[in-house]
Design a protein around this ligand. Structure first.
Ligand SMILES: NC(=O)c1ccc[n+]([C@@H]2O[C@H](COP(=O)([O-])OP(=O)(O)OC[C@H]3O[C@@H](n4cnc5c(N)ncnc54)[C@H](O)[C@@H]3O)[C@@H](O)[C@H]2O)c1
Length: 251
């Protein structure tokens, strides 16, 4: 389905990003994996993707560093699909929230998406590529959840960034959408489930479909947003949260 396309995935050494890179490669895309994790530590994630795209590449790119992002974007001859997925979460109750915590979330989760997407969009426009920008938001970008003010606000910003870019880039044939995962038993939430008992206790009460999601389910939605089937879709936030955001809960 994606033969001849080049895709960049940020946060590709992480659980969701690696699943995205893998599914894109399985569909024939040439995949460029970006992360801040040193190559050696990402060896398993790289190996997995290389099984389907023997030319897959890995680069240490910090999405906060605009010069590094611009330099990495300039390398491939063409970029068709960008999954702006790198992110962090560090829970802190609002009254204890430090400015560093607040700023880190905005820098990585929101400004990181701005850097990657603007840099990629400029290249797509210059190359005449009618590309796809696919951002990773979160269900908590529109629903408040305890002790993650900075994270939630960063994802709310991602949602508006998607709509702004979709509107302005439509004239260039560039489509911009997001996936909004719910609670996935991997990556950021997986760590919280294992390390924060109060988080696990809340989660046990809030998923109408009962089980947490999987990275593969989120990656399949990303693949859909990269596919010819969604050529008329832009500015959408595709939510996969097992129904979490459908009702008010006492967590
Ligand atoms: N796991 C979940 O339940 C869940 C739910 C909703 C949204 N998300 C979102 O999914 C995305 C991926 O998270 P994950 O759950 O796979 O976590 P993860 O920790 O497994 O992956 C995140 C990756 O981002 C990388 N990263 C962090 N800072 C970076 C930077 N400055 N530059 C480049 N890379 C950087 C990390 O090294 C890591 O490999 C995030 O945007 C997250 O907010 C996850």
């Amino acid at each position: 389905m994606l033969q001849g396309k080049t895709a960049i995935v940020t946060g590709a050494a992480g659980d969701l990003g690696n699943a995205m890179a893998l599914q894109l490669a399985e569909q024939g895309a040439h995949v460029l994996m970006w992360d801040i994790v040193p190559r050696g530590e990402a060896a398993d994630a790289i190996e997995l993707v290389c099984q389907h795209d023997s030319a897959a590449q890995y680069a240490e790119v910090d999405v906060r560093d605009r010069a590094a992002v611009d330099a990495a974007i300039a390398l491939p001859s063409r970029v068709d699909i960008v999954c702006s997925n790198a992110g962090i979460v560090e829970a802190q109750p609002f009254l204890e929230l430090s400015q560093d915590n607040w700023q880190n979330h905005l820098d990585i989760n929101l400004t990181g998406c701005f850097n990657v997407c603007q840099s990629a969009a400029r290249k797509m426009v210059a190359d005449g590529a009618r590309g796809r920008l696919i951002l990773t938001s979160s269900w908590v970008g529109s629903i408040p959840w305890p002790e993650i003010s900075a994270y939630s606000v960063s994802k709310a910003g991602v949602n508006m960034l998607v709509k702004q870019m979709a509107r302005e880039l439509a004239a260039h044939g560039i489509l911009v959408n997001a996936v909004a995962p719910g609670i996935v038993d991997a990556g950021l939430a997986g760590r919280q489930l294992r390390e924060e008992p109060q988080y696990a206790a809340r989660v046990a009460k809030v998923i109408p479909l009962v089980e947490p999601g999987t990275p593969e389910e989120i990656a399949a939605a990303v693949l859909y947003l990269a596919s010819p089937q969604t050529a008329y879709m832009t500015g959408s936030i595709l939510t996969l949260d097992g129904g979490c955001s459908l009702f008010q809960f006492d967590a």
